[in-house]
Design a protein around this ligand. Sequence first.
Ligand code: SF4
Length: 1004
Amino acid sequence: MSSPDLAPAPITPRRTRLVRVPDLARLQQAIALTSIGASPFQARRTAVVVPSEGAADVLRHTLEDLCLVARWVPADADCAALGAHDWPVRAGDAPLAIALPHLVTRAGLYRLFGESLGALPRIDPIAREVLAGAVAREVAAIGPAPPFPLRPALVAAMLELYDALHRNRRTVDDFERLVGAALESGASFDRGAARLLEETRFLAATFRAYDVALAAAGLVDEHGLRSRLLALEAAAAPLTSVVVAVPDLAAAGEGLWPADYDLLTRLAGLESLTVVATEALLGTGYLTRLLDTLPDVEVVAFAGDQPPAPVLATAAGDQAVLVSRDREDEVDAFARRVRAAAPPAPAEGAIALVHQRPLPYLYLARQVLGAYGVSWQAVDALPLAAEPWAAAVDVVLTFAASDASRAAGMALLSTPLLQFDGPGGDGNPDADAVAAADRELADALFVGGRDRLIDLAARWREEIDRGKGRSRRHRALVAVSALLRAAEALAPLAEGRPASAQLETLAAVLAGAERPPAAGAARERHLRARGAIRGLLQRAREAYLRFGDPPIAIDELAPLLRRLMEAQTFSPRVGPGLVHVVDASAAAFGRYADVTLAGLIEGEWPTASGRNVFLPSNLLKDLGWPNDADRRAAARATFDDLLQLPRRSLALSAFTLEDDAIVRPSAYLEDLDALRLATAPVRAGSGAPFALAVAPVAIDHAMHDAGPARWPLAAAPAGPPDVGPRAAIAYAVTALDRYRSCPFKYFARDVLGLEEDVVEETGLSARARGTLVHAVFQAFFDAWTAAGRTAIDAPALPEARALFAAVVERQLQAIPPSERPIERAVLLGSAVAAGLGERAFRFEAAQPQALVARELEVKLDGEYTLGPDARRIRLRGTADRIDLLADGTLRLIDYKTGKASNARDLLQVKIYAACAETHLHGHLGRTWTAAEAGYLAFGRGDDLFAAVLTPETRAEVLAEAGAGAVAVADAVEAGTFPVAPDDLFTCNFCGFAAVCRKDYVGDE
Ligand code: SF4
């Protein structure tokens, strides 16, 4: 094509009307009268243009409800004003069915028009993107070169710019001339202007090359279609009437462009064009623009039937806005209001939860409304990318593009829709094995790399074959083996092969690994998503084969596939139900008794407008781009219209937290003065029985359940303070400290068995370094003792240093080569600081006491007597090191790689000391009394040894620690796990923040 076609078109006499309506209810009435009011035959030759597929769905319900349920009989004057001479409902005579018009989006309207041209070869959108990419690469190769790398997302943005130019009725020449003229004068001294000029020339060259390539392929796009339509000499369109219920592009992203109005006013055979809009929207500048665009438009003021005004539900203190903690609580509060209210009469309409973005509301609706037994339906078109199967494909892409990264690998193994079977039929590992693999790989500092994964797995296998290796490693190996199978299957994708071959491989891997849900709605939905993604891969493959098949690796191809999945919409088909979960633009077409406008926060009401990635707005202005002020004014008018939408009650709902960050309320809420509604305090039913983030399971099962953990939400946000009495168990001593640091953390980790979130770190994590340091000291003292040595005094220092250095070298083999130099310096020292070994040996050499024996990794596992009432309590733990001294005392040492400044508050070493006295009673034929206990702390700025117990404080410390341990055991057995961190700082490093519902009050 594709210059905007200004060829003279035959003029069909047509009626062009603007119908002004006071509110959304009357907008719906006006649409009904203009689309189905003339005759069933005429209705089928009418299209109503709405903003989205969801809006089309909602409007279909509304038209049916108006005629068949509410049996609305309009006033004769209204019928006459809008030419509805054959409205299907009459007093006492309602039809059994009605003929509906075509309810379409802008793209749907073009589809309908396109059908009238018969076998016009329209280019598939995916093929179009592939063609544009190929053309852009060719242009870049011969010049002018682009000043940016040609990534798939930029190719898509280039096409958007190309489309926008043509829809604004501008040519590529206009673009180059207007933008070029603005930039040329500054380009000689302003590098930014020079770059933009380069970019403009490249874009113009690419647009022209695209036109040539498209024509050479014998295909047309939307712009070519418009040209053909305008060239028609006789009525060929299936439509004689179009009702436009979207504003123009200046007011809304999904609105009509100048080229669309041009088509609608010139298309042969179109006899009637009706624009309907509310007064609020028209008042934002839309009316002026319409009168400019359609100078001969006939303006009709539609009176219609005034709907009843809703009552505003208010919170305590007559607050107009209902504020929840987060979106989950917001949906929970909504569900309780629904349960508390009487169901609306059918003629009043349904109940709507109106949002600005479908996710996470659709997910929350499934969980929360399901938990309350509220029937609901989604009236939305989600991106295909939001489907579980698309998410699984995304995980595969990430894993393949990241060279088997640990994070992506764990996500891959946790996806129930995928399974990478072994030759022996070994399937996917269970959740426990995946968690074990995550831990073991994190401890092994595995971040990613297929080769390293192969090495690690071989080493673990060998270790296990030798009867070594902890049980967690056995479990981990099951998961790692599955990961290796996946990595092997996906390995070809990492190479630069033709795109079509890559897509074929990806499709084959997905087909082989796919495990669809067994039955039910989930299976049906999966199969639909699978079909859509297969089709998408196939279309992309065919496009590459047709328009050039460049060698491409998965890291370049994956962004394109993600974009395609994001761009394709998919209707989840939930429902029918009493509650409609619907986006704001679709809700405007609905007939609702109760409406909750949800998520009224900054950034959503209004939504932030997107920017053109290539050119600043001042340069785009001359090309007809809309400005932000018009969009903002129109968005506010839409919000004001929605406030009047319900026929019974309105609720305005906001929340304060999103992803643990505080969010600000929408600016709209600061300005509700014009809202003159009667108010009534909100009525809400009782709380939900279960947590909102997850489905419920019985608490007692949770400890043994390898699947995702669940917890009852008896009293959010304070967590579950009381889950009922629990039997006494053998307590890990470290878990007692966990409880003291935050009881909910204990609950998550030790009751539910959740794994802490592992933070991906580049170097050695604190945890991995701790593991290494423990392993080094254990191996050193094992070797030292095996060599017949006991204490490390001053004369023994050289020998200890040499042995330590040898041990360090051996232990360093367990960590990645890239991390070894730094860890070697930490352990052995450098020119600027002594190593950990040296510091520990000097500490020991400075001790005057003679050493009788050194016990390492002492397992303290048994029943001990603790506390003022001498309670028997089962404990387990491992003391790093116990030195038995000649005077019958013991010195208990725990290694700590960080600082020990807060360690004095911990129970751990004190309880170990108490248990060690019992445990070692009679060892070597004598009793042992704890005289010293503390942390050998290697963190900078600390004393090397942080003592928590000395001969003088022993009795008091042991008594206090015993009482503390008993208090924790009592609280655990009483089932008390409040969200109560000992210090809010704790939360910053907590691995359970994602499941915790801590109250943020005072946390700012
Ligand atoms: S985030 Fe804070 S309140 Fe929540 S479990 Fe962790 S420490 Fe406790």
